[in-house]
Design a protein around this ligand. Sequence first.
Ligand SMILES: Cc1cc2nc3c(=O)[nH]c(=O)nc-3n(C[C@H](O)[C@H](O)[C@H](O)COP(=O)(O)OP(=O)(O)OC[C@H]3O[C@@H](n4cnc5c(N)ncnc54)[C@H](O)[C@@H]3O)c2cc1C
Length: 306
Amino acid sequence: MLRSVILAAARSPRVERLVETAPISRDVVRRFVAGNSTDDALRATRELVETGLGVSLDNLGEDTLTPQQAESTRDEYIRLLQALSAAELTPAAEVSVKLSALGQKFDEKLAREHAHAICAAASEAGTTVTLDMEDHTTTDSTLEILGQLRVDFPTTGAVLQAYLRRTEGDCRQLSGAGSRVRLCKGAYKEPESVAYQSKLDVDLSYARCVNILMSGEGYPMLATHDPRLVAIGENRAKWFDRSNDTFEFQMLYGIRPAEQLRLAEAGYTARVYVPYGTEWYGYLMRRLAERPANVAFFARALRSKN
Ligand SMILES: Cc1cc2nc3c(=O)[nH]c(=O)nc-3n(C[C@H](O)[C@H](O)[C@H](O)COP(=O)(O)OP(=O)(O)OC[C@H]3O[C@@H](n4cnc5c(N)ncnc54)[C@H](O)[C@@H]3O)c2cc1C
């Protein structure tokens, strides 16, 4: 219920204005977002890489409405990749890209061309790109663009969401040799017709998808903070006799940092998804929706400023 309310607010321009201008928002945002600028992103990346973690950087922004905005997102990613390469932070750092930030909602071809330019810059920088997955109305389009990008850039990563009923089938399709697939639970408000609604059903789907990906020939990227699912991932790695360079764990910046380090110290590849930039509203609301304790944290911060 609370999750639905927060995810509905995530799409409300009125609530967005309220939250963005509240003086406390900065403090809460700092917990989940590395900063506003490319320099902030580089600093956070360097700190994480020095502790043995990998990074995937996300230039915040989504649902872009104009070609100018889409172009400036493309250019920021290209600048970021050049800066990462100059700082010798590749291949430890890769980038995560939302096609909606590149214009997918109004011109799929434009979004594909921009994504292609970002993949080319990543390849030049010695690293790669993962295409974030957004709400279910974009899944087919995103997977189609992924297929086209993989012709020239075969290491381009996909994201599949375990809450969608279709995802076990997509996991089978994408579990071939060399296919990088990030498996997450899914962060959007989706109707029952396309998505499991209960936590148990989503978790069971996640476990089934782990089995498909870990028994396949691709490179699974298990993105979850859920202790039981991380344990299942570790177990399946042994069961399917996978060496630590054939799969990885992923978590979000600011969430379970001690567990991120534990995984790296245990010899696994562990990658942190690091968002940066000023367009943090949608991202923050999805993080609040995931965990009531985060809403309490937000409310406490509000009270302490009054
Ligand atoms: C690297 C990465 C990339 C992602 N990319 C996408 C994407 O492209 N598309 C998409 O739809 N979703 C994406 N997600 C988000 C994902 O779908 C989930 O919404 C999110 O990860 C929470 O699910 P969970 O698996 O951690 O399990 P949950 O059941 O939400 O949480 C399990 C436990 O983890 C801890 N935890 C979880 N979330 C939080 C939090 N916000 N704050 C503090 N503790 C927390 C708590 O201990 C909680 O009990 C991504 C997640 C990760 C880690």
